[in-house]
Design a protein around this ligand. Structure first.
Ligand code: HEM
Length: 455
């Protein structure tokens, strides 16, 4: 049974309180499995042509209305601040957007800890400040569906003047939902209140919709601040897009240096992520992978860390536990529920192999577009980058960083708590190197039309 078929069974229109017809599908729809797709980046050369393109594209952007139904493909659209400016949105309205969005991702490198190899001067040209105005994403179930979607988008683009396609990047994970390191991802997602599906076991409770979509009550009981006017802000949201090249060869070499047998290496990798390759959580299967568990949404996220306060099963510093500490006791107190994110990342490059060597990393052909959606996306990503990814104080690990996405300018360390003495493994490197990114606004469908009609 596919993810969508399972969703269909859980969907009930009676519990919908969101304006699904006005919300972009990409916000609520999980990726298909397997999936293919494309990210296309466009630059607006002049306002009139750009507005005309938005008007032509708007009818092709899928709504979340039938978000639980089977679709062959769906297209999503998001704009950068420079994109809104280039469309001619008046200053008074531009000023109502969050400051980090106005500044753009590159200008926020200090807050994002994007230094050294991750610094904006090393980014691809498409992501250099001011270049990417519109990002289109297509998710499709197979190549034929993707070609259909592309033909639609290209027809609209070919009829447009004043718009330049500055980047196109195909992605896809033929092998289930495995990322460049051969691990299944996008498993743990928050349930969104009012979207029509109840939380899965382990999701505890649905999170208030206002945490993810503008104009609804958030976890603090009020809607979060929204761009004005409401015709522009309501039912929209914010998106963080970060393109990483994955150094799978270095990662393999690290595992080989610290694991004598294949079993040791698999265990170490699972300790670094917090799950086995299949997605089976270490908490529920501490000693070996369990593909049936990994593939079962009723069970694969149904755990917390109550019985593992010291991280002897799931290390406190592993990627998954850092980015959602669930009920872990934190030294730096944080409301975990306001840092939940909807992840819509996409993997590119060849399927994982343990034979990939460090010299292969120079090709830069493996990686992922890390994409997440949240109505407080910029506060969340900057907090995560500073506290949860590039430090370890919040779980008493000093300056230790995330072993998967941390920036390790010198060799880093990964601690595996165990009795009688914890194990410290040195030699962690920056296994994912930033190639660029942008802060984006994903308007509602009516706001896309509204933007197209502004003069
Ligand atoms: C760039 C390379 C990355 C890789 C290869 C990666 C991989 C993974 C994997 C395998 C999981 C566990 C399965 C799942 O629930 O999806 C996971 C979980 C997660 N990752 Fe990442 N990730 C990456 C980047 C990031 C970044 C940059 C962030 C945040 C800024 C992030 C946030 C999360 C979150 C929130 C979870 C879910 C934790 C939970 O709810 O249990 N990831 N990631």
């Amino acid at each position: 049974m596919t993810i969508l078929q399972k969703l269909k069974e859980r969907f009930s229109r009676d519990s919908v309180t969101l304006d699904l017809h006005d919300i972009q599908a990409l916000i609520l729809r999980s990726r298909p499995e397997p999936y293919v797709g494309i990210h296309a980046m466009l630059h607006f050369d002049e306002a009139e042509g750009a507005r005309a393109l938005l008007g032509r594209l708007a009818p092709h952007i899928a709504s979340a209305d039938n978000w639980n139904e089977d679709l062959d493909f769906w297209i999503g659209a998001a704009l950068s601040f420079e994109g809104l400016k280039a469309l001619g949105v008046p200053e008074a309205q531009l000023k109502t957007f969050p400051l980090p969005f106005q500044q753009g991702m590159a200008a926020r490198s200090e807050q994002l800890r994007d230094f050294g190899p991750n610094a904006p001067e090393n980014w691809e040209d498409v992501f250099k400040p001011g270049n990417c105005h519109l990002a289109l994403t297509i998710y499709a179930v197979d190549d034929a569906a993707l070609d259909k979607a592309l033909a639609t988008a290209r027809t609209e683009l070919d009829q447009s003047s004043g718009v330049t396609l500055i980047g196109e990047h195909r992605f896809g994970a033929p092998d289930g939902a495995k990322n460049p390191f051969g691990f299944r991802d996008s498993i743990s997602q928050p349930a969104v209140e009012g979207s029509g599906v109840d939380p899965l076991p382990g999701e505890e409770r649905a999170i208030k919709a206002g945490e993810f979509i503008l104009g609804y009550e958030s976890e603090n009981g009020q809607p979060l601040g929204m761009p004005e006017p409401a015709a522009l802000g309501k039912n929209g949201t914010f998106v963080v897009l970060r393109k990483y090249n994955s150094r799978v060869g270095c990662f393999n070499a690290f595992l080989k240096a610290h694991g004598e047998t294949a079993e040791d290496r698999e265990r170490l990798a699972a300790k670094m992520f917090g799950r086995w390759r299949s997605g089976a959580p270490l908490t529920l299967s501490p000693d070996h992978d369990d593909p049936d568990l990994g593939a079962d949404p009723q069970r694969n996220n149904d755990f917390n860390f109550k019985d593992d306060p010291k991280g002897r099963v799931v290390p406190l510093g592993c990627h998954m536990r850092r980015l959602n500490p669930r009920d872990s006791e934190l030294t730096l107190l944080t409301d975990v529920n306001i840092h939940r994110i909807i992840r819509r990342s996409s993997t590119f490059g060849p399927v994982y192999s343990e034979d990939v060597a460090p010299k292969d990393d120079a090709k830069g052909d493996r990686g992922l577009f890390f994409i997440f959606i949240s109505a407080r996306a910029y506060d969340t990503i900057e907090f995560m980058q500073q506290e949860w990814i590039n430090r370890g104080n919040f779980v008493d690990l000093g300056e230790e960083r995330d072993p998967i996405v941390g920036l390790h300018e010198e060799d880093g360390r990964f601690t595996i708590p165990q009795a009688p003495a914890r194990k410290r493994i040195d030699g962690v490197q920056t296994f994912n190197v930033m190639k660029g990114g942008e802060y984006l606004f994903m308007p509602s469908l009516s706001a896309l039309k509204w933007l197209a009609e502004q003069r």
